[in-house]
Design a protein around this ligand. Structure first.
Ligand code: VG1
Ligand code: CO
Length: 546
């Protein structure tokens, strides 16, 4: 075997504090760019990786296959014993987590920019997951970042491309490359969690029809194998099922804007559909839609927690639940009634991983439609869909009725997120600087007819390892359990994305059917007064409302 060491230069890579690297494809395809990041990961792994297993796969977007061949040659130079790579280079994010855990791998590399658009003009991404199957912690990502600032060489083994199209083993140098079925381990795991017989019976009922929109992203093969294969849903239940390098030109973010077709189909009484679901680029997030009824992701987490007893894997009870700070407080109310702890973490799954590893929580979720449990260490889109199907099969009620009944019992946390995309970074920075400057004077103030009870910049101390994360979003807490939260996205690649999270608690069931945006209008006005969004950014309205 011939190992080639290439001289290289330090590069501007990931932002410190983020769990991976997301950039335009044209940035990633510069000579040495991907290699520098991968070598910076490998340089931070201990010597014991020699002989150990690495898991490798991605969401199938443009550049996925090129990147996989490069990483295989570099993994061989690093001395991994075995690399498990999904057929066709495919592994959804939750499936990669499941494969890492099942095969006791040393870690895994996941190639995805999730919901960001794909294609030659789109985005690419890469992140490293640890042996627990979850995203690397901040200590590790900080070390990788530091390495990218001083790297001066990378190594690879000279070898031809591996055929990723067929299952089987080949070798590169001393490393065995094993092409695995990307779905099998994942599907087997789901089958241990849910009542597949009961779900299959639901799917066979004449009055029940579902549609799963894979948005030409990674979940197509998973949904087909599980829903149509193992559970017997009719062929065609999964639409847009073939993963495409550019996601068919779409934007695989499962929200009412980008998955409008699904929402329209479920709103059409002639479609005969009773349940709809969609997933994002890398399969870790989900959207749940009932007949003419979109389930807010924050409500979805609360409903899953409240109905955990319907699902075999969770029927013994939940250790606790966790939500990200901007996620609505609906799940907090469920936790209180169950007498279990509820943790509030910063945005991003790595914070849940620590709680899951310590056995402190069983379910967790985010307002961005990511939910998951202790079965893997990533959020899991199809898992949430199966959870909902299991609840529907057990309760035999429509989606909307289940959610409405939940509101009657717990009250409704009316919720929406308003995104302002592609703002100039300088303007976004100014908005936050001014907003932070105002925080001390907000408590006690009356704005738009509401009294501010508290205002702060969210900081979090991990209860397991004591690590501290600061500046995780500005929250303004109002009387009666309402909130407005301001945050900048950490996943965009163009300018800055401002996210404004609006939440209003409505106990009175007579008011539960007031349209969401109407109920939140006073909070929008308050957000504008506090943050001067229009004056600073020049934007009159959000680009995406979810
Ligand atoms: C967004 C979501 C966040 C999620 C993250 C990764 O981050 O808001 O809840 O964890 O995407 O999801 P941000 O920083 O843009 O708000 V995924 O599907 O890209 O793994
Ligand atoms: Co995702």
């Amino acid at each position: 075997m011939r190992v080639v060491t290439v001289c290289t230069k330090p590069f501007a890579g990931q932002k410190p504090g983020t769990s991976g690297l997301r950039k335009k494809v044209k940035v990633f395809s510069q000579p040495g760019y991907l290699e520098n990041f991968v070598q910076s990961i490998f340089d931070n792994l201990p010597n014991e990786v020699k002989g150990k297993t690495l898991v490798l796969g991605g969401d199938g977007r443009y550049f996925n296959d090129t990147a996989i061949q490069i990483i295989l040659r570099m993994a061989a130079a690093t001395g991994f014993g075995r690399v498990l790579v999904g057929r066709g280079g495919i592994l959804s994010t939750p499936a990669a987590s499941a494969v890492i855990r099942k095969h006791a791998a040393f870690g895994g590399i996941i190639l995805s920019a999730s919901h960001n658009p794909g294609g030659p003009a789109g985005d690419f991404g890469i992140k490293y997951n640890l042996a627990n199957g979850g995203p690397a912690n901040e200590t590790f990502t900080e070390a990788v970042y530091q390495r990218t600032q001083s790297i001066n060489r990378y190594s690879c083994v000279e070898a031809p491309d591996v055929d990723l199209g067929a299952l089987g083993e080949t070798t590169i140098g001393i490393t065995t490359v094993q092409v695995i079925d990307p779905v099998a381990d994942y599907a087997e795991l789901q089958e241990t969690l849910f009542d597949f017989d009961r779900i299959a019976a639901l799917l066979a009922r004449p009055g029940f029809r579902m549609r799963f929109d894979a948005m030409h992203a990674v979940t197509g093969p998973y949904a087909q194998a599980i829903l149509e294969g193992r559970l017997g849903a009719p062929a065609g239940t999964v639409v847009n099922a073939i993963p495409l390098p550019d996601f068919g030109g779409g934007h695989p973010d499962p929200n009412p804007v980008y998955a409008a077709d699904l929402v329209t189909a479920l709103a059409d009484p002639h479609s005969g559909l009773s349940f709809g679901a969609a997933s994002d680029g890398d399969g870790d997030r989900n959207m749940i839609v009932g007949r003419d009824f979109i389930v807010s992701p924050s409500d979805s987490l609360a409903v899953l927690a409240a109905n955990h007893a319907c699902v075999p894997a969770y029927s013994g009870g939940l250790a606790g639940v966790a939500r990200s700070m901007p996620t609505s407080c609906a799940v907090d109310r469920v936790a209180r009634s169950l007498g279990i702890p509820c943790f509030e973490t910063p945005t991003g799954w790595k914070f849940f991983g620590s709680l899951l590893d310590a056995g402190k929580v069983t379910l967790c979720g985010e307002e961005s439609a990511g939910t998951g449990s202790n079965h893997v260490r990533e959020k899991d889109g199809l898992w949430a869909v199966l959870f909902w199907l299991n609840i529907l099969a057990a309760r035999n009620e429509p989606v909307a009725e289940i959610v409405r009944e939940h509101w009657r019992k717990f009250g409704r946390n009316v919720y929406s997120r308003h995104d302002y995309e592609g703002i100039e970074t300088a303007k976004a920075d100014r908005l936050f600087a001014e907003l932070r400057g105002k925080l001390p004077e907000l408590p006690g103030a009356e704005i738009s007819g509401m009294r501010v009870e508290a205002a702060d910049d969210f900081a979090y101390t991990d209860p397991v390892d004591g690590s501290r994360s600061e500046k995780q979003g500005v929250r303004v807490l109002l009387q009666g359990g309402s909130r407005v939260v301001f945050r900048l996205s950490g996943t965009g690649t163009e300018g800055a994305t401002l996210r404004v999270y609006l939440e209003r608690y409505v106990a009175d069931a007579a008011l539960h059917d007031v349209p969401t945006q109407t109920a939140l209008a006073p909070l929008v006005e308050l957000a504008e007064k506090i943050a001067n969004i229009t004056a600073i950014t020049g934007r009159n309205a959000p680009d995406v409302i979810s």
